[in-house]
Design a protein around this ligand. Sequence first.
Ligand SMILES: NC(=O)C1=CN([C@@H]2O[C@H](COP(=O)(O)OP(=O)(O)OC[C@H]3O[C@@H](n4cnc5c(N)ncnc54)[C@H](OP(=O)(O)O)[C@@H]3O)[C@@H](O)[C@H]2O)C=CC1
Ligand SMILES: Cc1cn([C@H]2C[C@H](O)[C@@H](COP(=O)(O)OP(=O)(O)O[C@H]3O[C@@H](C)C(=O)[C@@H](O)[C@H]3O)O2)c(=O)[nH]c1=O
Ligand SMILES: [Mg+2]
Length: 290
Amino acid sequence: MKILLIGAQGQVGFQLQRSLACLGQLHSTTRLDLDLSDISAIRSLTNDVKPDLIVNAAAYTAVDKAEQETELARQINTIAPAIFAEQAKKLAIPLVHYSTDYVFDGSKNSPWIETDVTGPLSHYGLTKLEGEQAILESECDHLIFRTSWVYDRRGHNFLNTMLRLAEERDQLNIVDDQLGTPTWSRHIADVTAQALAQVNKDESFWKRNSGIYHLSATGQTSWKGFAEAIFKLAEKDGRRVPKVNGIPTTDYPTPAKRPLNSLMDNSKLQQHFGLQLPDWQQSLQWVMQS
Ligand SMILES: NC(=O)C1=CN([C@@H]2O[C@H](COP(=O)(O)OP(=O)(O)OC[C@H]3O[C@@H](n4cnc5c(N)ncnc54)[C@H](OP(=O)(O)O)[C@@H]3O)[C@@H](O)[C@H]2O)C=CC1
Ligand SMILES: Cc1cn([C@H]2C[C@H](O)[C@@H](COP(=O)(O)OP(=O)(O)O[C@H]3O[C@@H](C)C(=O)[C@@H](O)[C@H]3O)O2)c(=O)[nH]c1=O
Ligand SMILES: [Mg+2]
């Protein structure tokens, strides 16, 4: 099997290079090989590579900047996935894609399920939602994993922001009324590979399983709770850590609005693939020790 992996230098894409390696021959691209704002380049690359599967881990993920760079965010998060889906349908191959908790408005009092009504608060969330919709409308075989609060040792993420700020500041004000679940990019990649490993055993795999899946770690916290867990582990490691003050979202104005409740119910993932992620604190410990 030949797998075309897009976004191989991102948090999830980088881990996918490792996780997908045993499933087949990988053709990985980064921004240098394929600029996703170039529609004709997307079409010619997929036609040239002739993959058996496309995995798109690229995205415009700068949530606040997306409020300004609206058109670029739309090109990467909506148009590019639409073209991949169109190509997948044309070549009769499946597409794996990732989306976000930010498609929701955060108003629910319990974890979000896949069929809940969406209502993005930010332009990033809107463009990601429209990317999902384009894939569904294309009617290609697909898996869309909606994940949340992704972090890793490398890349732009909350963990690395906190470790950087710890060097610079004695105190940090962190919002404590946005709830969610930090999810290690390695586990997103592992779930992707383990779900795909089930394809060959099941002739009706795509017919039965095409759709959206929530995919986050187990447990829940706030951004303040995430920061405190990071600093607890960093302190054990002998690093200097700042004092963390909890603040409401209203005291931390940002260009993009974020959902108050980002919690995701992962039952559908368990039901279809028998897969689940460990508790977020366990994963954070592994990441910090690595
Ligand atoms: N990060 C998070 O917290 C969350 C992410 N997700 C979703 O998960 C998926 C993976 O995200 P994650 O790995 O964190 O994202 P990253 O931001 O780490 O990686 C995204 C990759 O996309 C690439 N990219 C951006 N624009 C272009 C372009 N014009 N042409 C080619 N490549 C481009 C980036 O390249 P470059 O490095 O050169 O900019 C980067 O390597 C995405 O669909 C995202 O929306 C969902 C929930 C949470
Ligand atoms: C740096 C900092 C952030 N915050 C708040 C702002 C925000 O509400 C929250 C998280 O900030 P960040 O900008 O790191 O996170 P953000 O970019 O909103 O993270 C999101 O990224 C996209 C791609 C997703 O899909 C989401 O799942 C989510 O992971 O923490 C503080 O309260 N204090 C601080 O010092
Ligand atoms: Mg961010």
